[in-house]
Ligand binder design. Structure first.
Ligand code: E4P
Length: 268
């Protein structure tokens, strides 16, 4: 499974890439806003160029459009691609599967995916909450589909008035509320959504890869891998939890305490 870091924060990107295991980053307008506020970014063009350069060739940088109709999304996708792909040949354009808002109902996401994918541009389809949305994006030629696993779990808990903190684990096998399984049109958890998408795409041999997105904790990341998500996009804070275990720290303390000077001399 590939690992993307779910961030637009240049500090996290720089640190994450030094680990040597990240295959790219995913951004969205909310993550760009967070980065802008933290780093007081004035020149967003240079900032994004720096992100692309830091991630480097052969890895992916997902950049999202902000338009909500096909014409605008295609034009914005081309702008992002032309401006930033030349830096390290690593830009993927993020298109919402359905950009309809209350003010502007349309179904233009699929049209924009088809048009940009036909030009050979890699598309990451975002805001996927059903297997059928993923299927249509795959049919339109998307390189990636991003099911928002964490947001499904958040939503199921909210509907049942379950209080939770964002990093809390939600079982892949779902939960019951008033003796009925919590579900969203048959989807019982974010990981279940990823699994259903994998089954559906495999049934028809689509090459589209699944990015398990909006991940919240290490156990959910593990489960995304176990159900066959091709990529996990992981916030830096959640990535660090994948390497943490209290017994690992306990063992380290013991090894350090037991180091005799004769063994230390070996390293001199
Ligand atoms: C990634 O592509 C998504 O935009 C991101 O994972 C959303 O995460 P959130 O639900 O924590 O905002």
């Amino acid at each position: 499974m590939k690992i993307f870091i779910d961030t637009a924060d240049i500090d996290e990107v720089k640190e994450g890439m030094t680990w040597g295991v990240a295959d790219g980053i995913t951004t969205n307008p909310s993550l760009i806003k967070k980065a802008q506020e933290k780093h007081k970014v004035k020149d967003m063009n240079s900032y994004i160029k720096n992100l692309c350069k830091t991630v480097g060739k052969g890895k992916d940088v997902s950049l999202e459009v902000i338009g909500t109709d096909a014409k605008t999304m295609i034009s914005q996708g081309l702008t992002l691609y032309k401006k930033f792909n030349k830096v390290a040949n690593n830009v993927v354009i993020k298109i919402p599967v359905n950009p309809a808002t209350n003010d502007d109902p349309n179904f233009d996401g699929i049209k924009a995916i088809k048009a940009l994918a036909s030009k050979g541009i890699g598309i990451n389809t975002t805001l996927i909450f059903t297997p059928e949305q993923a299927w249509l994006a795959a049919k339109a030629g998307a390189k990636y589909v991003s099911p928002f696993a964490g947001r499904i779990d958040d939503d199921l808990r909210k509907k049942a008035n379950i209080t939770f903190e964002k990093p809390d684990y939600y079982p892949a096998t779902g939960k019951e509320y008033k003796e009925k399984p919590l579900e969203d049109n048959g989807i019982i958890s974010g990981i279940h959504l990823c699994k259903q998408i994998r089954l559906l795409l495999d049934n028809f041999n689509y090459k589209t890869q699944i990015i398990a997105a909006s991940l919240r904790n290490a156990r959910q990341i593990r489960e995304a891998a176990l159900v066959g998500a091709h990529v996990a996009t992981i916030p830096f804070s959640a990535l660090t939890t994948t390497l943490t275990h209290y017994k690992t720290a306990e063992g380290m303390n013991a090894f350090l305490a037991d180091t005799v000077k004769e063994y230390e001399a070996v390293f001199k």
